[in-house]
Ligand binder design. Structure first.
Ligand code: GCV
Length: 889
């Protein structure tokens, strides 16, 4: 056949530019000097500023995230006159030094050398923590908690000055970041008098990093902490991460996977962990470690790890003492036990309270905390048993132990009873503990929500969770308020999740927020630029859960992409729609998610949830779908809620549509509150979802030229991919339920693709048809693969009228090869590409299915379209179909 070898193929992205400014600024940010002198700060800041001016202003890698300190427009900076900064009181602790350094860095970056001549700030700035200054000052509007701050204009030694006062050192640092954020967002700071106190003491993040450098459910490159079984020699990124965290008021980070390797606690390893703690310390971030409960036996030489054994208790105590000698501000331990194959107290017939308390007693003298995860369940459930229910596990186990935990134990509860699904009810355990501290566990890393290849802004979901009243009072989420007024009066009977986790409802000593983040070595931390909005939103909500998702997104957009109102509106509109849009094409009416739950957790795979012990069942059959979790006829899970909520979920009539199939099994013809049948909702929501992403692409394209090309193109490329993958999801789920239910789509779309030509129906040379498993993950259940290393082709003739078309080629991009493709019309090449993405797939199917869209192709009836593919490695240039659409005028 004489297939060409595709000469001159372009692969990969364009050129990279080295930004001296960014690199230098980064280096400075990472290791604030232990002693900073004022003059050195000024010289450094000036130098940086001039270097910055000399580089291309719009080269943006995303590494600076929301701390870009981009120069504000000249009109906002006033005249270019240089004066000297006068700091009062700063710098008598590491964190205060960091605060001072950051303030200079930010002001210089945004306002230039004239920043204090800009009229925005007085000539003096005072940074001080409670009790540090003897100067006469007004009192803050309300008392400061340890991490709280007060920013106000005052007289210091007779002259105007801006005071940033913290409850403690961290409070000062958080106040500095808050001030810089306001300036970056163009807020008026001339008459600031504002107190902010965080909503909860615990505002932590978890990383699921393994010592070999991989990250469980991490989608942005290898670990910033570990490499090859060791702590990295260069911890630059760790310091930068701590700075990002501190800018949001996050005060702790657990650095290793909860599926913990006991090695972290070995005496020769701990000094290296201490280096990471050193990198955190200037930013007020405490380090903690996940521990394996069997450690006393596996690395301690004991013959047991029974938490009630005296030698085991002594081992943990000695280990804690050893750690605190190296890391005096060590945060504590996180524990996953008796879950997903991890050992735990059940090995000795003991309870989670026994296990948590032995650790807690070892840590208590040093002020350490145990985060004991409520994510404890049996993954060998009997799927044939209609009463079996994984959702019950956390409540069944931990509610019974309420009152048995030490005061420095926090029960860390995933926000839903299953596992970070696209939609779940709130975990009933939040209202099931009155005498134990709680923290909510959220997930920034998008394990079940598109793995940072799909744009999904999660803050609207978190708003719903945090604003959920466990006592059942239906209440609209509050409007954003800032500064947050602590202890705001609420309806007495309301038990909002945000108040329960903060310990306010039952006056617990501590509690709050943990999120699994999993940043990696990728330049921009989380791969998708929009994924950083989730980290930002998490931090802002942990600080102030009354903030709305939209407001937070607007803040993030201003800091990330600038203050152009069109950009702010477009970005936040896309973000605000994105969770519902994703839910629309991946997990309808409370089925949580229909992804491959025993594999990648990424593409569609409906039956992977059924008939196995993992307990994520939908119980779909030809007549109906859903888990009956009612008390009357089901697993009884609905009864774990407080009476009003339990009553709401007990009945089909009162369960909200979006959770219906989580709580009830209904026929496909059941009519929802929306007025649609369940099956028609399946079709409509999936078409809405896929169309929604197409709209995001269109909306995003209106921003070309309004933001830097790097990030514009990066997001565009990702959105176009997402649009293709949303179509894969749409078709898989619609086709599956069309076949299962036998009920057609009233609008005739499902299973009906008039513009599509299946690859297996084309004229094939070298290509062979293959069955795809599961069948719904390829159009028509089949695809073609090229088994000839020299290449193959698939050809067909255009059936439609002569016009300009958009041509979609759906192919399979595995991560075990880089096939090449090209498309020719009447022998003339119109496009070529390499399948070199890194999707979580080693075979053709829903994870690897990818779309190439070619715009503005002139076609006439009878024209020959030929796709040529050259396989590479294990990847066989798989093709699913070609679809052509006349382009709108
Ligand atoms: C770290 C889910 C994830 C696991 C994770 C677990 C957990 O099951 O798929 O990768 O393990 O949750 O939260 O412990």
């Amino acid at each position: 056949m004489g297939l060409p070898s595709f000469p001159n193929m372009e692969s990969g992205p364009g050129s990279t530019e080295f930004s001296l400014c960014a690199a230098t600024a980064r280096a400075r940010a990472v290791h604030p000097p232990r002693r900073v002198t004022l003059s050195s700060l000024c010289i450094l800041a000036l130098t940086l500023f001039h270097l910055c001016l000399g580089t291309r202003a719009n080269a943006e890698s995303g590494r600076e995230a929301w701390l870009r300190y981009a120069p504000l427009p000249q009109s906002e900076t006033g005249k270019n006159e240089h004066k000297k900064i006068d700091f009062i009181n700063a710098g008598d602790s590491l964190v205060l030094e960091t605060a001072q350094h950051e303030l200079v860095r930010g002001l210089r970056g945004m306002l230039g050398p004239s920043w204090f001549a800009s009229g925005k700030l007085p000539g003096k700035i005072m940074l001080s923590r409670n009790g540090q200054s003897r100067m006469q000052m007004h009192r803050p509007l309300s008392p400061l908690s340890e991490d709280g701050f007060w920013i106000s204009h005052q007289k210091c030694q007779g002259t105007d000055c801006l005071v940033i006062k913290g409850g403690g050192d961290r409070g000062v640092l958080y106040g500095v970041f808050a001030l810089l954020s306001k300036i970056a967002r163009g807020e008026d700071i001339s008459a600031l008098n504002e107190v902010q106190n965080p909503a909860a003491k615990i505002r932590w993040v978890d990383q699921w990093d393994n010592l070999d450098g991989s990250i469980e459910r991490g989608y942005a490159g290898p670990s910033i902490f570990f490499e090859g079984g060791k702590v990295r020699a260069d911890l630059t990124r760790v310091s930068e991460y701590a700075r990002l965290l501190a800018s949001l008021g996050i005060n702790g980070c657990n650095i290793n996977n909860v599926n913990a390797n006991p090695r972290v606690l070995q005496s020769d390893f701990l000094p290296h962990i201490a280096r990471a703690a050193d990198a955190f310390r200037p930013w007020g971030v405490r380090l903690s470690l996940s521990v394996d409960l069997s450690s006393p036996k596996t690395i301690g030489g004991l013959d047991t790890f029974d938490p009630l054994d005296a030698n085991v208790a002594a081992w943990w105590k000695a280990k804690a003492d050893e750690i605190y000698k190296l890391i005096p501000d060590f945060g504590g331990f996180t524990v996953k036990a008796d879950s997903e194959g991890r050992v735990g107290p059940s090995s000795y017939g003991r309870t989670p309270a026994d296990a948590a308390n032995v650790l807690a007693r070892a840590l208590a003298p040093h002020g350490g905390i145990v985060f004991y995860r409520a994510f404890v369940y049996d993954h060998h459930l009997d799927w044939r048993d209609p009463r079996a229910d994984r959702a019950r596990a956390a409540y069944d186990i931990f509610h019974a132990l309420d009152g048995k935990f030490e005061d420095n134990v926090i029960i860390q509860i995933k926000h839903g009873p299953i596992d970070f699904q696209a939609r779940e009810p709130v975990s009933p355990l939040f209202s099931g503990l009155r005498k134990a501290n709680e923290a909510i566990e959220l997930q920034v890393t998008q394990e079940y929500t598109g793995q940072q290849r799909h744009l999904v802004y999660l803050a609207p979901m978190w708003n719903e969770v945090l604003d959920f009243d466990m006592n059942g009072t239906e209440q609209k989420p509050k409007m954003a308020t800032e500064p947050q007024s602590e202890g705001k009066k609420q309806v007495d009977s309301s038990w909002f999740v945000k108040d329960l986790v903060a310990g306010r409802v039952f006056r617990r000593p501590t509690g709050g927020y943990v999120a699994v983040v999993n940043v990696g070595m990728d330049e921009n931390w989380l791969a998708h630029p929009f994924a950083m909005a989730n980290l930002y939103a998490y931090g802002r909500l942990a600080w102030n859960p009354n903030l709305t998702a939209r407001r937070i997104n607007q803040e993030w957009t201003r800091l990330t992409f600038g203050n152009d109102p069109v950009v702010v509106k477009t970005v936040s509109d896309i973000a605000m729609k994105s969770w519902r849009t994703y839910e629309n094409y991946t997990g309808f009416l409370g089925t949580q998610t229909l992804t491959d739950i025993i594999g990648s957790h990424y593409g569609p795979n409906i039956e992977s949830s059924e008939e196995n012990g993992w307990g994520q069942w939908h119980r779909a059959d030809r007549d109906g779908i859903g888990m009956d979790r009612s008390v009357a006829t089901g697993t009884g899970f609905a009864g774990h809620y407080r009476p009003d909520v339990a009553k709401r979920y007990e009945s089909v009539a009162t369960t909200p549509d979006e959770l219906l199939l989580f709580f009830h099994h209904v026929p496909y013809t059941h009519v929802l509150h929306s007025g649609k049948t369940v099956i028609q909702h399946v079709y409509d929501s999936h078409y809405d979802g896929a169309n929604g992403i197409a709209e995001f692409v269109r909306d995003w394209k209106t921003l070309q030229g309004k933001i830097d090309d790097e990030r514009y193109n990066d997001v565009l490329r990702r959105l176009e991919y997402q649009e293709g993958h949303a179509t894969v999801w749409r078709d898989a789920i619609c086709n599956y339920f069309l076949r299962l239910s036998g009920i057609p789509d009233a609008r005739g779309r499902a299973g009906n693709f008039p513009n599509r030509v299946e690859a297996e129906n084309m004229e094939l040379r070298g290509y062979v048809p293959v069955e795809v498993t599961p069948w719904e993950n390829a159009s028509g259940g089949k695809a073609i693969e090229c088994r000839d290393g020299k290449g193959c082709s698939a050809t067909y003739r255009v059936p439609g009228i002569a016009t300009t078309y958009e041509v979609d080629v759906v192919y399979f991009d595995q991560n075990n090869g880089e096939s090449r493709f090209r498309i020719l019309v009447n022998g003339r090449k119109v496009d070529e590409w390499v399948a070199d993405d890194h999707l979580p797939a080693q075979k053709i199917g829903g994870d690897s299915s990818t779309r190439r869209r070619i715009y503005r192709v002139e076609l006439s009836r009878g024209d020959e379209i030929r796709i040529e593919g050259i396989p590479e490695g294990e990847e066989r240039a798989g093709l699913d179909y070609v679809e052509i659409f006349p382009e709108p005028e």
